[in-house]
Design a binder for this molecule. Structure first.
Ligand SMILES: *Cc1c(COP(=O)(O)O)cnc(C)c1O
Length: 364
């Protein structure tokens, strides 16, 4: 059978699919990696389990109990999975009938909501955020027919802002009995007071996504959490793989969620926030920077006078940023993850050598 005929056997939506352009897939030969919102330094762990001959627990008890305590919830309100990305997809698989139901989200935002929907063959609708990057609530209300899941990222990737709590309340009333509201809190450790986890008792249709990939410095571990009421968790348990986490992953996740692990994470968050505020101030002094947006996260979005030139100049110096120029409303914008103080300084010294808006702009 020729390659072409095998291609023809694939599902039409898979043939048409553009895979998620992860920072790792995009490559580059950098030594300053500021494109994936990772923690800049590795946190050391030792494996304590020597039981690899046995299958792991589906939902490792210690990990669930520790995350529940950390989030202020009961164990039956927590599901652990292969990253928050798996949580995004499990929700679609449990709640959306392909070809019938839809999901909705509000660009500019995280790219995996559309990729998961396309992979599964579920329709997705978008309602662009307002100019201030808050929700267009009346626009969402008009599009809700047939929608089962509304994904709202707060703080939002890549813009860095929180969604107004009053708007969340209104959206929760709008969706009650019709759809689940999924609050993606991948970066909530950088602004913990803004979490909606405490609202679960009031809203049976609220879901909160969390991860160990960002503030916990464990992107390579692939471990995330879905927080929801027990009824929702029980439905997700029907569609999750029998062994979603390997034994080493559960082992390390348990350690990361110990009292010492959580204290270390909070220390890291404090350092990154200090680096972020200095980087914001320094960026505002650079001629090639048009606007720097405030951030509640471990990254900064900035608009440049010639963003493709800036991106390439830094790339050639081994500093890898994330181009957000193609997202609606983000022309000229690059996203910069907060690295070590030295890495932030490398960014600034590279940008200082670049001209401002008076020089003719290069169009890539
Ligand atoms: C990084 C990220 C995720 C994915 O987290 P993983 O646990 O690494 O899969 C989910 N949502 C947003 C908004 C993210 O930025």
């Amino acid at each position: 059978m020729s390659t072409n005929s095998v291609e023809a056997l694939a599902r039409a939506n898979v043939r048409a699919l553009t895979p998620y352009q992860s920072a790792r897939r995009l490559g580059g030969n950098g030594d300053v990696w500021l494109n994936a919102n990772e923690y800049p330094l590795a946190v050391p762990f030792d494996l304590s389990q020597q039981t690899l001959n046995r299958y792991p627990e589906c939902q490792p008890k210690l990990v669930i109990e520790r995350y529940a305590a950390y989030a202020g919830l009961n164990a039956d309100q927590v599901l652990v999975s292969r990253g928050a990305d798996e949580g995004i997809e499990l929700l679609m698989r449990a709640f959306c009938e392909p070809g019938k139901d839809a999901v909705l989200f509000c660009p500019p935002t995280y790219g995996m909501y559309s990729v998961s929907a396309e992979t599964i063959g579920v329709e997705y609708r978008t309602v662009e955020a307002r100019e201030d990057w808050q929700l267009n609530l009346s626009g969402i209300a008009e599009q809700l027919d047939g929608v089962k899941l509304v994904y709202v990222c707060s703080p939002n990737n890549p813009t860095g802002n929180l969604i107004n709590p009053d708007d969340f309340r209104e959206l929760l009333e709008m969706t009650r009995g019709k759809a689940l509201l999924v609050a993606d809190e991948a970066y909530i450790e950088f602004c913990p007071q803004a979490s909606l986890a405490g609202w679960l008792k009031d809203y049976p249709h609220l879901v909160v996504l969390r991860t160990l990939s960002k503030a916990f410095a464990l992107a390579g571990l692939r471990c995330g959490f879905t927080l929801a009421n027990a009824e929702v968790i029980a439905l997700l348990m029907k569609v999750i793989a029998p062994y979603p986490l390997s034994t080493p992953v559960a082992d390390i996740a348990g350690q990361a969620l110990s009292d010492e692990g959580i204290a270390l994470m909070r220390e890291h968050v404090g350092q990154l926030i200090a680096n972020r505020e200095k980087l914001i101030a320094d960026l505002r002094q650079c001629d090639c920077v048009e606007e720097v947006f405030n951030s509640e996260t471990n990254y900064i979005l900035a608009r440049f006078t010639a963003s493709s030139q800036v991106f390439k100049t830094l790339w050639d110096q081994g500093i890898i940023l994330r181009d957000q120029n193609k997202q609606p409303g983000l022309s000229g914008c690059l996203r910069i993850s907060i690295g070590t103080r030295e890495e932030c300084d490398r960014v600034i010294s590279a940008l200082k050598s670049l001209p401002g808006a008076t020089v003719p702009q290069e169009q890539a």
